[in-house]
Design a protein around this ligand. Structure first.
Ligand code: BV8
Length: 261
């Protein structure tokens, strides 16, 4: 799929202008940015042992309390998949953009907002990452949110999930991610909305725009006058408000966009 050259040039021009004028660049990513690292998106059908389960049932408090071991094992399987993979050129291009702005455009702002929990942006070197939905490599207990470190995990065997060691707690340990029906971390979400309101350009990369409140961030940016550039092989729920649509895989488009700047 050849990238549409005029659209790419327009997007590059918007980015160049924002950098030249001390604008604020926001990058908003979803599961699609990790697709080329081999991480299935939420829209992809689940495979193997998980083929008969809907992520939206497993990624809930109810799903966990009804079957803690099943949900624990699902996250363990996803964690192992992520652990065995590496950031792809899309993650790297975003990290390079942050570094370029830090070193060459100090009057510009840069914010990376991700819906992903796979930690691949950080592994690619991104520093200012707002993780709206948590991080699959962080743990906490179900009842009080006591942080839990994986070093404490002995060989769990049949005792999955582990129990919270906090005095008088002993509740199940869960991944520190935001499940459907749970509130997003307040401070992180506030920072994300502020960045969206102050954005000059927002790159919207690899998201179907279905999951809220995350999906309202590009709408806020658009209403605040930002230029919106979508990178996605397919149109999304957000495509109607985009100023520029770069159709194709992020791992190909973002590095090309970066070389234009
Ligand atoms: C909440 C962590 C308040 C867990 C996740 C009706 C309307 C509006 C909202 C709702 C509603 N009904 C219910 C809600 C609320 C609900 C929601 O939005 N539901 C949706 C499904 C309708 N939201 C919530 O529950 C949120 N909390 O609202 O709290 C509240 C509190 C109490 C009671 C009521 C309300 C919490 C949402 C957070 C859920 N947790 N992740 C985990 O991962 O296990 S969200 C999860 O979904 C992932 O984070 C993932 O990022 C996200 C899916 O979205 P995308 O990232 O966009 O991924 P997707 O697969 O959808 O799309 C991938 C895209 O990539 C596609 O467009 C594809 O074309 C593209 N692509 C593919 N390949 C590439 C590519 N792009 C670029 N390059 C490629 N190579």
């Amino acid at each position: 799929m050849a990238v549409d050259a005029p659209a790419l040039e327009t997007a590059a021009d918007h980015l160049k202008a924002a950098l030249k004028n001390g604008g604020n660049i926001v990058v908003f990513t979803g599961a699609g940015v990790s697709k080329e690292s081999g991480i299935p998106t939420f829209r992809d059908a689940q495979t193997g042992l998980w083929a008969s389960y809907d992520p939206q049932d497993l990624a809930t408090r109810e799903g966990f309390t009804q079957n803690p071991k099943l949900v624990w094992d699902w996250y363990d399987s996803r964690r192992n998949t992520v652990w065995d993979t590496t950031p792809n050129p899309a993650h790297q291009a975003i990290a390079e953009l942050e570094t370029l702005i830090e070193t060459s455009y100090p009057t510009c702002g840069f914010t990376l907002i991700t819906q992903n929990i796979d930690n691949l942006h950080r592994r690619a070197g991104s520093k200012a990452v707002l993780e709206l939905h948590g991080n699959i490599f962080r743990y906490k207990c179900l009842n009080y949110g006591h942080p839990y470190s994986p070093e404490l995990m002995p060989d769990l065997g049949e005792h999955r999930p582990p129990k919270c060691p906090h005095q008088n707690c002993n509740s199940d340990i869960r991944p520190d991610v935001v499940w459907f029906g749970e509130m997003l971390p307040t401070q992180t979400l506030e920072q994300a909305f502020t960045a969206a309101q102050e954005a000059t350009v927002m790159l919207v990369v690899g998201t179907s725009g279905v999951v809220h409140p995350a999906a309202s961030l590009p709408v806020v940016a658009n209403e605040a006058g930002a230029v919106l550039i979508e990178v996605n092989p397919e149109p999304s729920e957000l495509s109607l408000i985009m100023d520029c649509y770069l159709q194709g895989p992020a791992g190909k488009i973002l590095p090309t966009l970066m070389t234009e700047n």
